[in-house]
Design a binder for this molecule. Structure first.
Ligand code: F6P
Length: 256
């Protein structure tokens, strides 16, 4: 029975690689919507994939916030290959609770991996004026350069409306998302079913187009409830790696 399960998972992974057109897919058995420890398993799998994709030196790993990535941090253990690694948050504040913020996760990862970290202290709600002056601040400029030079990104994917509510988005933003049928969110960008950007949170750090230059981009997202979001986002992201669970994988394949 165990062999058959392993075989089933392998064939699900192959199907997803082909249908989503991505570089690699790793599926953990179960559905994290129903069984929370499946998230830990995804975290463990993500850590393995991170280690497998390190460059020989000068690794800079940018991370986003959210529970899925917090679970990756939980599963990190010291590893000789990570010792010189620099961990940075991918973008400024996106409106998460402290334990799920990119800064917190980044510091936890560095501590557990015995690597280094730098943080980005930026308010969640940035006005255009604040944004314009922040990007000229010397201290911020220096960390932004390091973030843009990331060699790896580890990020979450969420359902658009769930994320907008979790961030207490303004009424006008909620309306815009509904009107444009947003289904997915990643990095503070909201996407519709075909992967088009319909809204973007104004903050500094990695922009979507920066991802093209980064050798390894790993998304960690599971649970059947995220299937539509994962499909919308990943279909626009060739050459990326997806860590997910069986619950999401089956639902994605059913609808593709
Ligand atoms: O807010 C940071 C973030 O990574 C979002 O971009 C993403 O949609 C969300 O967290 C995922 O959160 P979770 O893993 O808790 O579902």
């Amino acid at each position: 029975i165990v062999m058959k399960e392993v075989f089933d998972i392998r064939s699900l992974e192959e199907d997803l690689v082909e249908k989503l057109g991505v570089r690699e897919v790793h599926i953990c058995p179960g559905d994290s919507d129903e069984t929370p420890w499946v998230q830990k398993e995804m975290g463990r799998a993500a850590f393995q994939v991170m280690k497998n994709n390190l460059l020989p030196e000068n690794n800079v790993i940018a991370v986003t916030g959210g529970r899925s990535i917090a679970n990756v941090a939980d599963m990190l253990i010291p590893d000789a290959s990570l010792k010189e690694t620099l961990f940075v948050p991918a973008r400024g504040g996106l409106g998460e609770q402290v334990e799920n913020q990119a800064n917190t996760i980044c510091a936890t990862m560095a501590r557990k991996a015995q690597g280094n970290y730098r943080l980005l202290h930026v308010p969640d709600q940035l006005s255009k004026e604040a944004y314009a002056s922040l990007i000229h601040d010397p201290a911020i400029k220096s960390i932004l350069e390091q973030i843009r030079a990331a060699t790896m990104v580890v990020h979450g994917i969420g359902e658009a409306m769930t994320m907008a509510e979790r961030r207490n988005a303004e009424e006008s933003v909620m309306e815009k998302l509904t009107k444009n049928e947003a289904v997915a969110e990643a990095f503070g960008y909201y996407f519709d079913r075909s992967g088009e950007i319909v809204h973007k949170v104004l903050t500094i750090g990695l922009q979507l187009e920066d991802l093209e230059r980064i050798p390894t981009v790993i998304a960690v997202a599971g649970g059947a409830s995220k299937s539509e979001a994962i499909t919308a986002y990943m279909k626009q992201s060739p050459n990326r790696i997806l860590i997910t669970d069986e619950g999401a994988a089956k639902e994605i394949l059913m609808k593709l």
